[in-house]
Design a protein around this ligand. Structure first.
Ligand SMILES: [Zn+2]
Length: 352
């Protein structure tokens, strides 16, 4: 190995990977390392500039952490369902519930969030958690906050992954709530029954883009935003903060889903995701959204903000970030998806 190739361990690794044969993920240089693809770095820089310190979680997850895997269609019962003793310890997921706005309550955990919108005629629940913690977080959380889970009239499941649909079967069968999910995700649940054992609600309302759901004076508009799953949905609705109406955009799926060894499929899936980010950003702008909510604390910092709320007094609500910051969230996710698409295109072309 000539000495100039060993100038840094990363450069040496890239050379070794190149010598080993066809392009692989390791040959994509990171950040502004000499030789890094300028277009990739520019997209990452745009995401970083948009994020500042407000969306570090979204930036890290979508630009710099390893991918979420593409849809694994194997149909096996998850370990924590087959043996409840295998569920992660409570200390890893428990968080206190919180009243966030006059009519919106956080009933999630440290990592995954669920939200209860109270109306005059009952409750609209957004997402659940895993089967092993939905009882304590959602049912228990609502009771702690003085809400009656029997009042849940609708459950909107943003997408059919176990961390969000885990309590849906229980909420549907126990409380008779109507469950809303898009066609592709209903189909997914039906295709792999073992994977969703104890979690799968019976097919009910099929969500479509622009569908409105009204209950007791509150209207939730559903947006079709595929990319994280084929049927991910997101929402816009209004809440009240000390009597003041605020518009919320709820992003139903944030992490990028792609595979380095399936560049064609991945580039197309990321394009779906980018189109969805643009679609939801436009609806957020149109409805005047100044609050961004997510089903992972990683992206909206719900767990931290809930603790800030406790000491709020007459100060601002930490969830009200303003319309510009809401738009910046979508700039982060779109640019990180674009950077990843560019890396995949270079892999496909055999470039380093
Ligand atoms: Zn997911």
């Amino acid at each position: 190995m000539p000495a100039r190739f060993a100038s840094s361990p990363l450069a040496a690794a890239a050379v070794l990977a190149a010598l080993a044969g066809p392009a692989s993920a390791q040959t994509i240089r990171a950040f502004d390392e000499p030789g890094a693809a300028k277009d990739v770095v520019a997209a990452q820089q745009a995401a970083k500039t948009a994020a500042e310190f407000t969306f570090l979680g979204a930036l890290a997850r979508t630009c710099f952490l390893p991918p979420s895997r593409s849809e694994d269609l194997s149909d096996t019962v998850p370990a924590y369902v087959a043996d409840p003793g295998k569920a992660p310890p409570r200390s890893s997921w428990f968080a206190e519930p919180a009243k966030v706005f006059d009519n919106l309550y956080f009933v999630g955990g440290k990592i995954h969030s669920a939200w209860a919108l109270q109306t005059r005629d009952g409750i609209i629940l957004f997402d659940t958690a895993y089967p092993y913690n939905s009882e304590e977080l959602i049912v228990g959380g609502m009771k702690k906050l003085g809400l009656d889970p029997k009042d849940i009239k609708y459950l909107l499941v943003s997408h059919a992954h176990q961390d969000h649909i885990g309590g849906a079967e229980m909420i549907q069968t126990r409380y008779g709530a109507r469950v809303v999910m898009s066609e592709p995700d209903w189909t997914l649940v039906e295709k792999v029954p073992k994977r969703f054992k104890t979690m799968a609600p019976k097919r009910d309302i099929v969500a479509t883009d622009g569908m409105q759901l009204t209950l007791g004076g509150s209207t939730v508009t559903i947006w079709f935003t595929p990319g994280h799953t084929d049927g991910t949905t997101s929402f816009t609705f209004q809440v009240l903060d000390s009597g003041k109406p605020l518009n919320v955009v709820y992003s139903g799926g944030t992490a990028l889903v792609y595979e380095w060894d399936q560049p064609d499929w991945s580039i197309a899936n990321l394009q779906k995701y980018i189109d969805s980010q643009r679609h939801l950003a436009a609806e957020a702008r149109r409805t005047g959204a100044t609050v961004l909510l997510s089903n992972h604390s990683e992206f909206d910092e719900a767990e931290k903000k809930n603790r800030m709320l406790a000491g709020r007094g007459n100060g601002p609500n930490p969830y009200e970030i303003g319309a510009d910051w809401v738009q910046r969230y979508f700039q982060v996710t779109e640019n990180c998806a674009r950077a990843t698409q560019l890396k995949l295109a270079r892999l496909k072309a055999g470039a380093r």
